[in-house]
Design a protein around this ligand. Sequence first.
Ligand code: FES
Ligand SMILES: [Fe+2]
Length: 460
Amino acid sequence: MRSDQNELITRIGPGTPCGAVLRHYWQPLALVDEFNPALDPGMLHRPLKAVRLLGQDLVLFKDAQGAWGLLDRDCPHRGADLSFGRHEGDGLRCPFHGWKFDVKGACLDTPAEPAGSKLHERVRQRGYPVLERSGVLFAWLGDEGTVPPPFPQFDCFAAPSSHTFAFKGLWQANWLQAFEVGIDPAHPSFLHRFLNDEPLDEIGRNAGGKQFRSASAGNFGGERWPMTRIMREFHQPEISFENTPWGMQLTALRPMTDALTHVRVTQAIFPHTFVIPLSETLTITQMHMPVDDTHTYWYSIFTSFDGPVDKEAMRAQRLKYIALPDYIPKSGRHNRWGFDPEEQRTQTFLGMGEDDINVHDQWAVESMGAIQDRTREHLGTSDKVVMANRRMLLKAIESVQAGGNAPGVADPALAPRMIGPDTVDGIAPAGAWPTWWKEQVRAKRESAPWAGTAAPVVSA
Ligand code: FES
Ligand SMILES: [Fe+2]
């Protein structure tokens, strides 16, 4: 890839062509948990956070009525930082000269001006729409005067709160390389390889923390296999993808015998979300929020198609590795991501721990450098999904630059088809895997307490 193309597909600040594409999509902005006084006591009296999204500095706050406000952070008077403002319940007051703004950005007061001044009627701070879904706040940073697309009705948003859990973490690198790790069907066989297996009955409901330790659906000669064993023993997946209304459906086939094939179907939702199965009844939907060109928050929504999730346990498990209030991983470049050569020799392919596989992906994303230099890479057959995604992104940039639509969930005409999307990880009869996995998905939906059965497996 040429260096100018690499710049084009990675830079997302205001005024950039790729930034213009991303501003057509709802973006994750914060966890609702970040405003929970039990997790951050400061939120009790001052529910407000400085946030940065797509290279823009913003202030996010909740007023006394529970309405969310997301405003540009520079005060429209003389530019002081509104995230230091006084939270007055019905609005936010700049500490420099006391100008006050409500959640929509209307100026309510300019107290240093002479009595009777009408200045506040002519002043407005730019505000952005905010939506709350499944424990995540989403923002829309599209051009002023344009209308946000309908919010997609994917499973992770359709499931009740009792069946979802949201969490996040910061990676010190560009958003696109974070997404390109997530949609790469070849990497779990290596990056996440465990050299030994744990007994499956010890995994059980702990699947939320032990990714790839859970059993694949189906069985191998009457025996259940953990995903990680299949990934390890069959490490040359046949990768294919097909276009979907939201992006791409990815299929990785691992032929095990003449009669059995392991099939893993995952989903790429343009521009930066993937959906993968974590166990037979749990999925992760992971979004990659570009903070700026060199920082990315991943947001994951865990969705259960079985019983309710134990949010407290899932949070506690993750807080061992990620520090509040800004969700900064405790491992990183500063401590070589916790690398242990002895572990690499005896336990894992990577050597960065067995319990938190998120740090494996973090290392892959961050060790490339803040913005991967794609002029130096050598792509192979197993990178075909990464290549297809870059083509889709380049096409979207071209389209938006020409005044056209952004694809996928940004296209209101496609909104009714933004349901599902389905995933599977299982051992299938070799010739019949295409019908087998659809049957698995149908059974999963039918037994879920909340999911409808109407979602199509795929329809391009
Ligand atoms: S800079 Fe904010 S009130 Fe003056
Ligand atoms: Fe991974």
